[in-house]
Design a protein around this ligand. Structure first.
Ligand code: NAG
Ligand code: NAG
Ligand code: NAG
Ligand code: NAG
Ligand code: NAG
Ligand code: NAG
Length: 713
């Protein structure tokens, strides 16, 4: 196995020599491997028995009876252990939704007569009905296999990046979607030259994060607190529902630490639960105790008591696909049993209008054995507002939001905060998310990113290395959307068909910051679309409406109410801001909610009629947006650039729902973008070197190969 050397090479072979020399020394003097980085496969020195044993595997990808998959991360490769209830073949498909419907297919079986295991690296296209073909370059290596009367097992490995850019997906930090199927017989042709028709015969799929640490639950040791809905009746006429319920903290007399949670889901309603967030409330028994017996209320609507608006600090964030989260041993989220209240928010996504009863929630684990640091969770990203727009028919459209330097400067301690994990959150059109980090005019390493975001799999990412964010640093949350299948413009909003762009960040030490959001300033937004003046309202008045909307709805969806048209309250500069706010709150409360199922979904943009300029006159702003020629790439890029690189109005919100700073408008910061260290670390398996298809690179590979041999012997 010479390849463990080749992979650590960079583009020039002398460096390879250096790297290899170090590796060789390390193997001899047994320099301890840094805790954070996994060892190379070879240095783990595993026997076949060890490879087949389940406890070697760090991550369970799938734990079914019919199919079980686990993966172990090594510096140079991923090792998979697959076990299936069949004596025939097993096929896995790894899909890169961004790379034009190509599927990296893996086929294995154990010959029933000879007992010999076979593994084939294949590829196919989903859009032609999947008939995979054998890759020219075979980049998976079978390490062990076994078969008994009912099951087949195999252990195999592949490099993270196999160099086979056409036929193999790259495994890395991005979410990977795996499809699987089994057959009850081995392939007829053992060389596998006849057509295998997988078509749409996949039996299941599961997303996972191939790289990065996995949260390890150790639940025996902790006290548990179940926070669940109480026979919540989901009606059959609502597609998107945010339901909130208040809970009293468990009876504990002193500070404890929340150390983790798992979701409590039920088979019949599981598919309807889009996300759950448990917020800590800033209110004692006087204001909160009376709500504990309530079944709950529609979140943020007029039926929700005002006191509940004080529940803004997330302590647990769960989204679809996640199996929970456990914090590292040195941090815990404080929970104080004396007079503390919490609010559980459940986002039900019920597109087929099922009528069901639900008791979903979370099991929170906590302990009195306090950990060294109090942790907090803050939300950063785009304020949820219709001003967050994603045009129709775009293959990639990017939006950015800013957590500004003044907010971090005022809130974060001098020594900075340390981020331990990040949950990236957006809705269906999102393909890529990034949490970027800027210090002065220099961008630091990206804190978290996913180049293949899967809405159905939102597991928090534990960072390999904690990231320190100092006062004055800026955080940028960036989302890339694909709306090729959408004829209409998508707005920011709470429905899963509307969009969001958020990162829930777990960090320590805890600060009073609950969220740090931004949105495009209202006048700048309308200016970008060439609108100077609306009928009846001056720009300042319009701004006030939207600010109230953005401000009071950064986590508040609009209210379901009869679809009666209500006039916007008139603006009168003599009125105090408070009166205006009241007027607009009542206005908003009378607005029907926007379910996007309805093509005529009402929103504020439909109430604004354009007066100036004349060419857009008498259109509503929404009509104006819908009429823009978005298919004109130049126009769309200009709008995208102007909104992203232009102005951002920020909200630096504290646990008690007050703003730490006045809302402020910032130009997008100028900085030198972070450059990923050059990492040309694709690895060819040894058998690939015999492959004639690689003649172009052969001399280069020869050098690598000979270097590798020198290093190993
Ligand atoms: C690997 O394991 C075998 C048997 O367990 C042992 O003889 C050998 O010395 C080990 N090699 C290294 C490099 O640890
Ligand atoms: C066959 O192997 C599977 C998985 O390795 C195991 O669960 C099962 O009990 C085995 N069956 C028999 C008959 O040994
Ligand atoms: C994955 O992310 C970590 C930081 O979290 C980074 O150090 C590493 O280089 C990334 N790996 C790949 C393959 O991008
Ligand atoms: C807009 O409507 C007003 C009143 O109905 C009318 O006078 C005006 O000509 C219209 N403008 C355009 C551009 O159609
Ligand atoms: C909110 O919290 C901040 C800091 O913790 C404090 O300074 C402020 O007075 C609080 N405001 C209210 C209205 O409680
Ligand atoms: C960035 O640079 C541009 C032009 O050089 C300038 O107009 C803009 O104000 C700068 N932004 C910031 C935040 O300094």
């Amino acid at each position: 196995m010479q390849w463990s050397c080749v992979f650590s090479s960079s583009s020039s072979w002398p460096l390879c020599v250096v790297v290899c020399a170090c590796a060789a020394v390390a193997a001899v003097v047994a320099v301890p491997v840094a805790v954070v980085s996994p060892p190379s496969f070879r240095s783990a020195n595993l026997s076949t028995t060890a490879l087949l044993s389940a406890d070697r595997y760090g991550k369970t990808v799938l734990a079914g009876d019919e199919m079980a998959v686990a993966v172990q991360e090594y510096a140079d490769c991923a090792v998979f252990r697959v076990q299936a209830r069949t004596r025939g073949y097993v096929a896995l498909g790894f899909v890169d939704p961004i790379a034009a419907h190509s599927v990296d297919v893996l086929l294995f079986w154990v010959d029933d007569e000879t007992g010999v295991g076979h593994l084939l690296d294949m590829h196919g296209k989903t859009d032609t009905g999947l008939t995979p073909e054998k890759d020219v370059s075979q980049d998976y290596e079978l390490l062990a296999s076994s078969q008994n009367g009912s099951h087949v097992s195999a252990v195999f490995r592949r490099a993270w990046d196999t160099c086979d850019e056409h036929d193999d997906v790259v495994f890395g930090n991005d979410t990977m979607r795996m499809f699987w199927t089994t057959s009850d017989r081995d392939p007829i042709d053992r060389q596998y030259t006849d057509a295998l028709k997988l078509g749409s015969s996949w039996k299941g799929s599961q997303s996972f994060h191939p790289r990065g640490p996995k949260f390890r639950p150790n639940t025996d040791y902790y006290k548990k607190w179940d926070v669940t809905m109480d026979n919540m009746h989901l009606k059959d006429n609502i597609d998107t529902l945010y339901w909130c319920k208040i809970f009293r903290a468990p009876k504990i007399n002193m500070k404890n630490h929340i150390v983790g949670f798992v979701p409590l889901l039920h088979a019949d309603t599981q598919s309807l639960i889009h996300h759950m967030i448990l917020y800590e409330c800033d209110g004692g028994p006087d204001s909160m105790e009376k709500y504990v017996t309530l079944k709950g209320a529609q979140c943020y609507g007029n039926a929700m008591p005002e006191d509940w608006n004080k529940c803004v600090s997330p302590v647990v964030t769960w989204a679809m696909g996640s199996d929970g989260q456990f914090l590292p041993d040195h941090i815990g989220v404080p929970i104080d049993g004396r007079d503390k209240y919490y609010m559980l928010e459940v986002h039900y996504d019920n597109p087929t209008f099922r009528k069901v009863m639900d008791n979903s929630g979370v099991r929170v684990f906590y302990t009195g054995h306090l950990r060294a640091n109090d942790a907090g969770i803050m939300a950063v990203g785009m304020a949820v507002s219709p001003m967050h727009i994603v045009p129709p028919r775009q293959s990639t459209y990017r939006t950015v939001s800013l957590c500004d330097k003044d907010c971090t400067n005022v809130i974060f301690p001098e020594r900075g905060i340390k981020i331990t994990s990040v949950l990236l959150h957006a809705h269906l059109a999102s393909r890529q998310l990034k949490l970027r980090h800027v210090r002065h005019d220099q961008e630091m390493a990206t804190i978290a990113q996913d180049g293949r975001y899967d809405y159905n799999y939102q597991q928090a990412r534990e960072l390999v290395k904690e990231v320190t964010v100092y006062p004055g640093d800026e955080l940028i949350t960036e989302c890339v959307y694909n709306t090729e299948d959408r004829p209409q413009l998508t707005h920011g909003g709470y429905s899963t068909k509307q969009e969001m762009c958020l990162a829930f960040v777990t960090y320590y030490p805890r600060t009073p910051l609950a969220s740090c959001f931004s949105m495009t300033p209202v006048p700048f937004f309308f200016e970008t679309f060439g609108v100077q003046q609306f009928l009846d309202y001056n720009m300042e008045g319009v701004e006030k409406i939207f600010l109230k909307l953005a401000d009071s709805t950064t986590k508040k969806p609009p209210v379901h109410a009869p679809a009666t048209h209500v006039a916007l309250p008139a603006f009168d500069d003599a009125k105090t801001l408070d009166e205006l706010n009241q007027a607009h709150i009542s206005y908003l409360m009378k607005q029907p909610s926007f379910t996007i199922e309805d093509d005529n979904e009402p929103n504020l943009f439909k109430d604004l009629e354009i007066m100036e300029p004349v060419e857009f006159q008498n259109k509503t702003f929404q009509q104006h947006l819908d009429n823009l020629p978005w298919e004109d790439g130049l126009l769309t890029r200009n709008i995208e650039n102007r909104l992203n690189n232009g102005k951002h109005m920020t909200f630096c919100r504290l646990h008690n729902d007050t703003l730490a700073l006045m809302m402020n408008t910032y130009a997008f910061p100028n900085f030198t973008a972070y450059r990923e260290p050059f990492n040309d670390a694709c690895v060819a398996l040894s058998n690939k070197f015999q492959n004639t298809a690689l003649t172009v690179q052969s001399s280069y590979l020869l050098i690598l190969l000979s270097t590798a041999l020198i290093c190993i012997h």
